[in-house]
Design a protein around this ligand. Structure first.
Ligand SMILES: [Zn+2]
Length: 76
């Protein structure tokens, strides 16, 4: 069996945008921010949530995009 090394690169998919999201870590709260491209909007949702629930001060923030892997090698 012959294996051939093929170089690849990975980048953000051109049709995708990175999105930010957040969820409250207080007990069983389960609150989640609406995912947005603008992290500032997600942060504001977290602050609004804490404003209404004073002990809910910690949130897990996540950033997600779609990756595209391309073969770097030209035609054989
Ligand atoms: Zn909460």
């Amino acid at each position: 069996m012959i294996y051939r090394f093929v170089a690849h690169r990975i980048k953000r998919h051109p049709d995708s945008e990175a999105t930010a999201s957040a969820r409250c870590l207080h007990g069983e709260c389960g609150w989640q921010a609406e995912p947005r491209v603008d992290v500032g909007t997600v942060d504001q949702q977290c602050m609004d949530h804490t404003g209404l629930n004073r002990e809910h001060t910690t949130s897990a923030r996540a950033f997600e995009d779609v990756a595209l892997v391309e073969c770097v090698e030209g035609p054989a």
